[in-house]
Design a protein around this ligand. Structure first.
Ligand code: PGA
Length: 249
């Protein structure tokens, strides 16, 4: 049985004060939601405020990115042990915005995923095709290439500890959600690819989240798909009522 994960990716939104206020309002709304792991990923500077405000609740906190080395002369970067030390349990790796604007590649995704695992964090490794790739009928090959470069290089022990997020780039922040069937099909492709790398049992245990314009009114249909193990939510995770409605769908 794969426990669901409902994760909020706050991107570059909210101050520390707004982070604390969100959690104060949100925590009581999801206090009885034991069916899923609940994760919130604020910007780096607000992680301490988030960890503090989530203390005593089941809500866990994650980073949105990390650098793959432990420490060194890398101005502006933050390492996995630093995220763990501040109280993070999770970290998003290879989000499409990182790939698009900050030159992330499958190779850096693999390095970051390994670094996250080494520090005891659960990486949410993001994959997904762009619109032109889908229109060209290349969705499946894009997913296979991203898996081959970013995930297949893990050891079986490492693979057992990651979560994958399928986020079609054309659905992120656009209001265009993949239909539950489209998402489930892509998840099936990913799971089959993982089965060929790590075996059917390992692939079957791996949680694959859907991300891309998940909202309170479409989450249920997505979660009804056997293949979909949760959601990575951007815009709709910024409001306590809206994210609570998604968590408790
Ligand atoms: P969205 O973002 O829910 O605003 O589409 C999802 C994501 O980027 O993780």
């Amino acid at each position: 049985m794969r426990k669901r994960v409902l994760a909020g990716n706050w991107k570059m939104y909210k101050t520390a004060a707004e982070t604390s206020a969100f959690l104060e309002a949100f925590a009581p709304l999801v206090a009885n939601a034991s069916h899923a792991e609940i994760v919130i990923c604020p910007p780096y500077v607000n992680l301490p405020a988030a960890v503090e405000a989530a203390r005593g609740t089941a809500i866990e906190i994650g980073g949105q990115d990390l650098f793959w080395l432990r420490e060194g002369a890398y101005t502006g970067e933050v390492s996995a042990p630093m995220l763990a030390a501040v109280g993070c349990r999770w970290v998003i790796v290879g989000h499409s915005e990182r790939r698009q604007y900050f030159h992330e590649t499958d190779e850096t995704v693999l390095k970051k995923t390994r670094a996250a695992l080494e520090a005891g964090l659960t990486p949410i490794v993001c994959v997904g095709e762009r619109l032109e790739e889908r229109e060209a009928g290349a969705t499946e090959s894009v997913l296979r290439i991203q898996c081959a470069g970013g995930i297949a290089g893990l050891t079986p022990e490492q693979f057992a500890r990651i979560v994958i997020a399928y986020e079609p780039v054309w659905a992120i922040g656009t209001g265009k959600t993949a239909t539950p069937e489209m998402a489930a099909h892509a998840h099936g492709v990913l799971r089959a690819e993982m089965a060929s790398c790590f075996g059917a049992a390992a692939a079957d245990s791996c949680r694959i989240l859907y991300g891309g314009s998940v909202k309170p009114d479409n989450v249920k249909g997505l979660m009804e798909q056997e293949e979909i193990d949760g959601a990575l939510v951007g815009g709709a995770s910024l409001d306590p009522q809206s994210f609570a409605a998604i968590v408790t769908y």
